[in-house]
Design a protein around this ligand. Structure first.
Ligand SMILES: Nc1ncnc2c1ncn2[C@@H]1O[C@H](COP(=O)(O)OP(=O)(O)OP(=O)(O)O)[C@@H](O)[C@H]1O
Length: 247
């Protein structure tokens, strides 16, 4: 199978604290992969390495055979929203257009603008096109950032907790959209919604500093208690889950 991402012997340390330890892993084209694990387990850090925002302390990471920063034009990225400065005076259309960024001093094209319109329509936020971001609700904002990640129509889509704060109806539509998109691209999604991902993704990777398991949902979830370091009840078919003890 063709590889979108290849990770070998990857370590990441900050101030002598090991955040990621000996990660060996591949992500294939046209697969929908979820990364799950407890808070602070290193999921966001790993996504940032795939997009080239952070460099490994040691080890190798290749995206479509290139260094991550060289492959960026093929990669759409939805960061965790808390990192965005909401006071920045920018409207919805301009925010999504930023997702088409090519290179310094290179203007956006008419085609870029048409793609923005298309994704605003698809995510049902075309009516918000001229709104400033600080006027939007949390769920509306999340859709705007999703549109920004999707507008590039790249070959790899990285989503860091994409369904946080969107309503259940949109969540369902969003998963349908991802099912369609994975025909054309690889999708990597960080999520805490184990039940939801178990029913929608091809493969789950369980990360807590180390990669505990990766495989089809049922197989990967067998190691779930090791990953979370507490008992978790998984109802058959991998749907709802319950943490039985605080961790
Ligand atoms: N800039 C930084 N300086 C020091 N430590 C950091 C920094 N960024 C992240 N960390 C630490 O790295 C670890 C992994 O963080 P990361 O955000 O990747 O986890 P996560 O699995 O995405 O967590 P969550 O589920 O809470 O979003 C945490 O212990 C965090 O405190």
């Amino acid at each position: 199978m063709d590889k979108a991402v290849e990770i070998k012997k990857l370590y990441y340390k900050i101030d002598n604290k090991t955040i990621l330890e000996n990660i060996n892993f591949e992500i294939y084209k046209n697969e929908f992969l979820a990364i799950i694990g407890p808070n602070g387990g290193g999921k966001t850090t790993l996504l940032k390495m795939i997009i080239g925002l952070l460099k490994p302390t040691s080890g190798k990471i290749k995206v479509f055979g290139l260094k991550p920063e060289e492959a960026r034009k093929k990669v759409g990225y939805l960061p965790q929203r808390r990192h965005f400065d909401m006071d920045f005076p920018i409207n919805v259309f301009e925010t999504v257009l930023m997702g088409c960024y090519h290179a310094p001093l290179q203007d956006y094209t008419q085609e870029d603008k048409e793609r923005v319109e298309k994704w605003l329509e698809r995510l049902d936020i075309i009516n918000l096109k001229d709104e400033r971001l600080d006027n939007l609700s949390g769920g509306q904002l999340q859709r705007v950032f999703l549109a920004r990640a999707l507008v590039k129509e790249g070959e790899l889509l990285l989503l860091d907790e994409p369904t946080s704060s969107v309503d259940p109806l949109f969540q369902e539509r969003f998963y349908e959209l991802l099912d369609e998109l994975k025909q054309k691209m690889a999708i990597v999604m960080v999520s805490h919604d184990i039940g939801m991902v178990a029913t929608h993704v091809d493969r789950i990777a369980c990360l807590n500093q180390r990669l505990f398991a990766h495989g089809p949902p049922r197989e990967a979830l067998e190691s779930i208690e090791d990953v979370y370091k507490c008992p978790i009840e998984l109802i058959a078919h991998g749907i709802p889950h319950r943490v039985l003890r605080e961790h």
